[in-house]
Design a binder for this molecule. Structure first.
Ligand SMILES: *[C@@H]1O[C@H](CO)[C@@H](O)[C@H](O)[C@H]1NC(C)=O
Ligand SMILES: *[C@@H]1O[C@H](CO)[C@@H](O)[C@H](O)[C@H]1NC(C)=O
Length: 181
C-alpha cells in the first residue's frame, strides 16, 4: 500500500507533462528557413526597388522595428522573433485580399505571377507557424496608417507595405537565423 503513493504521483506527473507538451505544441511557433527565404524572394522580385518619391511618407508611417530583437536572440526570445514575423504577415494578408491595385498613372507595376507566388507563400508561412497568434497590438497603428493610404488609392501605400514586410522577413532571417528550423 505504501508503494501506491509514489506510483500515483508518478502517473500524475506524467499526465502533467503530457498536458504541458500538448499546450506547447499548439502555442509554440515553428518556421523553416527555406520557406521564409522563399517568401522574402518573391516579395523582392515583385518589382522595382522602393520608389524614391515614396520616401516622403517616412515620417508619417514607420514600421515599429524595435520589436525585432537587436542582437542574436536566445532561445526564449526566438518565440518573439517568430511571432513578430507571423503577426506582421497575418495583419498584411487581409490588406492584399480586400484591396484592388490602383489603375492609371503611377500605378503599382508588380509582376502578377510573383505576387500570386508571394500570397501563396505568405499563406504557407502562416500555416507552418503552427501557433495561435493573438494580436499583440504592436503593429496596429502601422497597419492602420498603411491601410488608409492604400484605401486612398495611393501606390506608395503598397510600396511601403512591401518594403516593410521585406525588411521584417530579411532582418529576422539574417539576425536570428538560429530561431528557424
Ligand atoms: C500613424 O499616423 C498617425 C497620424 O498621422 C501618427 O500619429 C502615428 O505616429 C502613425 N503611426 C505609425 C506607426 O506610423
Ligand atoms: C535571453 O535574453 C534576454 C535579453 O538579453 C534576457 O533577459 C534573458 O534572461 C535571456 N534568457 C535566457 C534563457 O538566456
Amino acid at each position: 500500500r505504501t508503494m501506491m503513493a509514489p506510483r500515483v504521483l508518478f502517473l500524475l506527473l506524467q499526465l502533467c507533462s503530457l498536458q504541458v507538451l500538448l499546450v506547447s505544441m499548439t502555442t509554440r511557433c515553428h518556421l523553416t528557413k527555406h520557406l521564409v527565404l522563399s517568401t522574402y524572394r518573391h516579395l523582392e522580385q515583385l518589382g522595382e526597388p522602393f520608389p524614391l518619391h515614396c520616401r516622403s511618407y517616412n515620417q508619417n508611417i514607420y514600421f515599429p522595428d524595435d520589436v525585432v530583437p537587436a542582437a542574436q536572440a536566445n532561445r526564449s526570445q526566438c518565440q518573439q522573433v517568430l511571432r513578430v514575423l507571423l503577426e506582421s504577415l497575418q495583419e498584411a494578408e487581409p490588406i492584399f485580399m480586400e484591396n484592388e491595385f490602383p489603375d492609371g498613372e503611377g500605378r503599382v507595376n508588380w509582376d502578377a505571377n510573383k505576387l500570386e507566388g508571394f500570397l501563396i507563400h505568405q499563406n504557407r508561412v502562416l500555416e507552418e507557424g503552427q501557433c495561435v497568434i493573438d494580436s499583440s497590438g504592436v503593429f496596429s497603428s502601422y497597419f492602420r496608417n498603411v491601410t488608409t493610404l492604400i484605401e486612398q488609392q495611393d501606390p506608395c501605400g503598397w510600396e511601403i507595405l512591401r518594403r516593410d514586410l521585406s525588411w521584417v522577413l530579411k532582418t529576422n532571417l539574417k539576425r536570428h537565423y538560429r530561431c528557424f528550423k
